[in-house]
Design a binder for this molecule. Structure first.
Ligand code: 26V
Length: 799
């Protein structure tokens, strides 16, 4: 390290700042990783192994230094060396910007998958966009969310390597010209296109303790014309040049926030095609140079997974290159494309389904539109002739319908695999959302329940717990997470439970001090840490949680002597900038916090904390200290959830609805080790279809509910009377679309059970350890094994 700081900064170790040390250690890691990276690539090339490419608009990787140190076996050395010179490792690692290139679950899943691919020695790589601005930084001012740009690349990012020589050209707009060749086939040429340079920046993905280093390739948009080119033209085109350059760089300018409802913005479509075209061109170049087999064999060497419909233009883009550049006929090109691409669906929320205006696609991507049109024609013709039973529903299945291109339909028709992300989610796809497609292509549909990398989300973020676990069952769980199940033998062992309990208390103490530093709020480390951290969305029902807080507050006001176990409610959530109701909920949480936290009648029994700018590195601090994991979405709405898994792994107990992966958690741990409540998915779907729920009836009959809603409406919780009227109206006049009132009573009752359980330490710790023991199933290693053997058909490499 001394040598590094000297070489990099010309400084003696004792004079190095935390930031200098961050760069020095990153450079040491790179020295270790880069040769292994070259070796891994060489092995893949030499053995011509089948590889998978994971195409995603988002990779929410967070910080990499500590993770890379851990995976290449240098973490203990680095921590030791830093401590020796009187430095706090945490403060050194905190100099890395959090790579926030994702919105939430979908993007973080992609990052976990990369870790598992490399750690299991699978040849699998990520393809994404190098956004200059990640998801916005959240500030709270007077309880309101304010968005600031997240310029994460301001300083040198030590993990990326620019590969200028591997750039590819992307074409937008222009016109398509057909020409008939002597053999009668058609040839296509494009004229007057706008050209953009896609430049790859590679980031190493380091496997755990195994010498494997895969690649995350992020594409950056650059202008083709050099800054000096315009000098040759007669009139000065300086400003035109700058303007043009700016508009091209905008393509990889920023990540779009996941909105409450989907909106077709042209720049977003450009981003999607940019990612897809660059990645597919790159994959084909790899195939021709390194594999060299006939194109018809391509599906034996390459699989492409598309993360939601966002990269679904991969299908027509693959067709375009195979036909226009490689001169294959339609049928052959289709055969190859359809057997290479697999699609993952991440949501059944109809308002989130991607559709693009037909004219927008036609103008921006004329050749791609022609191909989608042809795919659609052939698909609909097949339906008409071969499936007369489906003739009536063709408009619901057609890829182009009501002047729009329906991306999920394109993705299903053009792929060999369609998967959901938890059992119930896949069942809903099969039975409801995609039932006609399931009828047509039953073999394509399959489930792959999500997972999270236990190396980051247990081993790295909770070293204390990891040590205690390894003390009793040995360290093999690190590579075989299913072995955590051996902990069941200790789930009633008083001395082990006591150790786990002590670890939790230490973690809670650390979080309490972080909370104090950031908010000035003092919290009781012995209180129940009741945590809901996730994007703010109506369906995730942060509102139900804050109603519980208001209810408890009212109870304590009525009876200040109430025997209540102290609770700390912790929230972290970003709302999409244009999501009005979500922002109201953030304001409400702050308003409630400001009242509850300062009311002497409460005597510190309740505290409400909202931690601003929730992101990966904050999650890493909160999760190890969580007692209660709030997973309370309206049943049927949360495709899987992955925060539920991270918290379970760290010994938190779930308060949850029968939704997404919560159901699979319950199936494993059993009803006695989890707190489930509320409407079931079929009940919710039934209400949506047939009616029968009236929120006002609950308002009229339940005093607790009426009191809360009236407090919102009458301005008890807010200085201005109108502040929370929209929430009030949404519940009473739009009939509570997410069933907050309907689930209120069972939710309150469940939390009473939580309180009773918490008072009995040995029962609680037994529940906690049981959850940790069963959490091995939710390692993304298991998920990736399933993708590898059931979808991708790829093998592990043996170096
Ligand atoms: C939609 C949009 C639309 C506007 C532009 C930006 C944008 C970005 C993302 C999305 C879709 C988000 C879908 C999503 O994140 N689904 C979540 O996926 C997780 C991983 O499978 C899963 O655990 C969550 O339950 C699911 O909500």
């Amino acid at each position: 390290m001394a040598a590094k700081t000297n070489v990099l900064f010309g400084k003696k170790l004792k004079d190095a700042t935390n930031k200098d040390l961050y760069y020095a250690i990153a450079s040491i890691v790179n020295d270790e990783v880069h040769p292994q990276w070259g070796e891994t690539n060489h092995t893949y090339e030499k053995k011509k192994v089948k590889q998978v490419f994971y195409l995603s608009m988002e990779f929410l990787v967070g910080r990499l230094l500590e993770n890379n140190l851990l995976n290449c076996g240098l973490l203990d050395d680095a921590n030791g060396a830093l401590k020796k010179i009187g430095k706090d490792p945490e403060k050194v690692y905190a100099n890395e910007p959090d790579a926030g290139l994702g919105n939430g679950g979908l993007g973080r899943l992609a990052a976990c998958f990369l870790d598992s691919l490399a750690s299991l020695k699978y040849p699998g790589h990520g393809c994404g966009i190098r956004y200059r601005y990640g998801l916005f930084e959240q500030r709270i001012i007077h309880g309101h969310q304010i968005e600031l740009p997240d310029y994460w690349l301001q300083e040198e990012y030590p993990w990326e390597t620019r590969k200028g020589e591997e750039s590819v050209k992307i074409h937008f707009r222009g016109s398509v010209h057909m020409h008939r060749k002597i053999d009668g086939s058609l040839e296509f040429h494009y004229k007057n296109t706008d050209q953009v340079n896609a430049v790859p920046y590679d980031i190493p993905v380091v496997g755990y303790n195994n010498q494997v280093v895969n690649t995350l390739r992020l594409w950056s948009a650059e202008s083709i014309t050099r800054d000096t080119d315009y000098l040759t033209s007669k009139s000065s085109k300086y400003y035109h040049h700058l303007d043009h350059k700016h508009s091209i760089e905008q393509i990889s300018g920023f990540l779009y926030p996941d909105d409450s409802s989907y909106e077709g913005k042209e720049l977003r479509l450009k981003q999607q095609y940019f990612l897809v075209s660059a990645s597919i061109q790159n994959i084909l170049r790899h195939f021709k140079r390194q594999i060299g087999a006939p194109l018809s064999d391509l599906p034996e060497y390459i699989a492409i997974q598309i993360n939601d419909t966002h990269p679904s233009l991969a299908i027509p883009e693959f067709m375009r290159i195979l036909m226009d550049d490689e001169n294959l006929g339609w049928d052959q090109a289709w055969e190859i494309t359809r057997h290479t691409i697999a699609y993952t669906n991440h949501t059944t929320l109809s308002e989130a389904l991607e559709k693009w205006p037909k004219t927008m696609v036609q103008e921006l991507l004329p050749r791609i539109y022609m191909i989608i049109d042809e795919i659609n024609e052939r698909f609909c013709r097949g339906l008409w002739f071969d499936h007369p039973e489906l003739r009536d529903v063709i408009p619901e299945l057609a890829i182009i319908a009501d002047e729009q291109v329906h991306m999920a339909r394109l993705a299903i028709v053009g792929s060999f695999s369609v998967n959901g992300v938890a059992k119930i989610h896949t069942d809903i796809l099969k039975k409801k959302e995609m039932k006609h497609f399931y009828q047509l292509f039953p073999d394509r549909f399959n489930n792959k329940t999500n997972g999270v990398t236990h190396r980051r989300w247990l081993l790295q973020v909770n070293p204390r717990l990891s040590t205690v676990i390894s003390e009793v069952i040995g360290p093999n769980w690190i590579c075989r997470p299913s072995q955590l199940i051996s902990l069941l033998r200790y789930s009633k062992d008083a001395s082990f439970l006591e150790k786990v309990d002590k670890v939790k208390l230490e973690n809670k103490r650390s979080l309490a001090s972080l909370i104090y530093d950031r908010t000035g709020i003092k919290i009781d480390e012995h209180s129940i840490f009741d945590v809901q951290i996730k994007r703010l969305h109506e369906y995730k029902r942060q509102l139900l949680n804050i109603f519980h807080v208001i209810y408890l507050y009212n109870e304590l006001k009525d009876n200040p002597n109430l025997d209540l176990t102290p609770r700390t409610f912790i929230f972290g959530a970003k709302a999409a900038p244009s999501y009005h109701l979500a922002k109201e909920v953030i304001k409400l949480i702050h308003t409630v916090a400001s009242i509850v936290n300062h009311d002497p009648d409460i005597r510190g029994k309740l505290k409400v904390v909202f931690l601003e700018n929730y992101n990966v590195s904050l999650a890493e601090k909160i999760i190890p200290a969580t007692d209660i994991s709030e997973q309370i979405s309206t049943a049927s709405k949360e495709a899987s959830g992955t925060g539920n898994m991270k918290m379970m792994m760290n010994g938190a107990l779930t308060v949850g609805t029968m939704d997404g992966a919560n159901i699979e958690i319950r199936d494993l741990v059993g009803d006695q080790h989890i707190f489930m409540f509320g409407l079931k998915a079929d009940e919710v779907l039934n209400y949506y279809e047939h009616g029968g729920y009236t929120a006002r009836d609950i308002y009229n009959t339940d005093d607790r509910v009426r009191r809360i809603l009236d407090q919102l409406n009458e301005g008890v919780f807010g200085s201005q009377e109108i502040e929370f009227k929209d929430i009030y109206y949404n519940i009473l006049y739009h009939n509570d679309p997410y069933f907050v009132l309907k689930d209120f009573d069972p939710y309150i009752e469940t939390h009473e059970l939580v309180e009773q359980a918490y008072r009995d330490r040995s029962t609680w710790m037994n529940m906690s350890v049981t959850n940790i023991a069963y959490s091995g199933k939710f390692s993304s290693d298991r998920t990736i094994q399933e993708y590898a053997s059931e979808i991708w058909k790829i093998n592990k490499t043996h170096p």
